[in-house]
Design a protein around this ligand. Structure first.
Ligand code: GRG
Length: 316
C-alpha cells in the first residue's frame, strides 16, 4: 500500500455517511455480533471457579460491550465461502479473546495507562495489575486452544489445525501485534513519519483484522487465491479502522467511544501528521482499496462492503 494519494484533496463524504456515529454494527452484522456475545461466556471457566479473580477478570474483559467487528469479520468471510458451522463461531470467539487480551495489555500503566474502556474502569483498575496480566495471558492461551480444537472439528481438506494456530500466532508475535505495539511505545517522535506509522498500525491493529479474515476463509476451506483477496481486504479495513479510532480520539466523546479521549494528544498519530481532513481522506482511500479488492467475489462480497461502510461512518 502506498500513501501517494495523500497529496490529493480529501474525498467528499460517502453517500452512506449520515452524520450520526453508530456505536455498533447493524442488520445482519449485528445479528452475528449477537451470536458472538451469547457464545463468549460459555467458552470460559465460570467466574466462580478457582482462581476466581482471574476468571472474573477474564469475563469482565471479554464480555464487556465491545463492537465485535473482528469476530464478525471471521464469520462473514466463512459464510461467504459456504461455512456457518459452530466451530466457526468458536474460532471467531477466539479472535475476540485475542483482542480482549490485547486491550488489557494496551491499557496497563506501563503501556497507555488508560482508565476507561468500553465505558467501564480498565481491567487493571478493577482487579489489580497482577490479575489483569494473568487474565490477559489466560485469554490468549484459551484462544489458541480454541482455534486448535475448533479447526480439528472442521476436518478441512486444504488446511490443518496446525496451519490455523500457526497463522494466528504469527499475527500476534513480534512481526504482528507485539511488533506494532513495541514500535508504538518505543519509537521517538522524530522517527515517526507516515511509513513508520503505517508499520505500527498495520501490525498493531491490521494484523488481527487480517488473521480474523484469513481464519474465516481457512475455516471454510477457501482456495489460497480467495485467502489473498480476504487478506487484502482485511489489511486495508484494519488500517482504516485504526485511522477512524485516531479520529474519534480527537472528534469523539467518552460517552460515544466508551474510552478516554484525547489520550493520543502526546502521540504522533495519523491525525497529527495529516490533520483531520487528511486523515479522513486517507481512511476513505483505504476503504476504497478494501472495496476494490472484493471485485473477484462479485455480489457475494456485499456483507464485507457493509463492514467497510460501517468503518467509514464511525468517524464521519
Ligand atoms: C499478546 C495479543 C497480544 C498483544 C500484545 C498490547 C499489544 C501487544 C497490542 C495492542 C493492540 C491494540 C490494543 C491495538 C488497538 C486497536 C484498536 C483500534 C482497538 C479498539 O478496538 P475496538 O474499537 O474496541 O474494536 P471494542 O471495545 O469495540 O472491542
Amino acid at each position: 500500500m502506498t500513501f501517494t494519494t495523500l497529496k490529493t484533496k480529501p474525498s467528499p463524504p460517502s453517500p452512506e455517511a449520515t452524520g450520526d456515529r453508530p456505536r455498533g454494527l447493524a442488520g445482519g452484522l449485528a445479528e452475528l455480533a449477537g451470536r458472538v456475545n451469547r457464545r463468549l461466556p460459555a467458552l470460559l471457566a465460570g467466574p466462580g471457579e478457582r482462581p476466581e479473580p482471574v476468571h472474573q477478570a477474564m469475563h469482565y474483559a471479554l464480555t464487556g460491550p465491545g463492537k465485535r467487528i473482528r469476530p464478525v469479520l471471521t464469520m462473514v468471510v466463512a459464510d461467504l465461502f459456504g461455512c456457518r458451522s459452530e466451530p466457526v463461531l468458536d474460532i471467531a470467539c477466539a479472535i475476540e479473546m485475542v483482542h480482549a487480551c490485547s486491550l488489557i495489555l494496551d491499557d496497563l500503566p506501563s503501556m497507555d495507562n488508560a482508565s476507561l474502556r468500553r465505558g467501564r474502569p480498565t481491567v487493571h483498575l478493577q482487579y489489580g495489575e497482577n490479575v489483569a496480566l494473568l487474565a490477559s495471558l489466560a485469554l490468549l492461551n484459551r484462544a489458541y486452544a480454541l482455534v486448535a480444537e475448533s479447526a480439528q472439528r472442521l476436518s478441512l481438506r486444504r488446511y490443518t489445525a496446525e496451519d490455523m494456530v500457526h497463522h494466528l500466532a504469527a499475527a500476534i508475535g513480534s512481526d504482528g501485534l507485539i511488533g506494532g505495539q513495541a514500535l508504538d511505545l518505543l519509537a521517538k517522535p522524530e522517527e515517526l513519519d507516515l511509513e513508520v506509522l503505517e508499520y505500527i498500525h498495520s501490525h498493531k491493529t491490521g494484523a488481527l483484522f487480517m488473521a480474523a479474515g484469513e481464519l474465516g476463509a481457512m475455516a471454510a476451506d477457501a482456495k489460497r487465491k480467495d485467502l489473498e483477496v480476504v487478506a487484502r481486504f482485511a489489511k486495508n479495513l484494519g488500517l482504516a479502522f485504526q485511522i477512524s479510532d485516531d479520529l474519534l480520539d480527537v472528534l469523539g466523546t467518552p460517552e460515544e467511544t466508551g474510552k478516554d479521549v484525547g489520550q493520543d494528544a502526546a502521540k504522533v498519530t495519523f491525525v497529527k501528521l495529516l490533520g483531520v481532513e487528511g486523515a479522513q481522506a486517507l481512511e476513505a482511500e483505504l476503504l476504497g482499496f478494501a472495496e476494490e479488492s472484493l471485485a473477484p467475489l462479485g455480489r457475494k462480497g456485499e456483507p464485507l462492503r457493509d463492514l467497510a461502510r460501517f468503518v467509514g461512518r464511525r468517524s464521519a
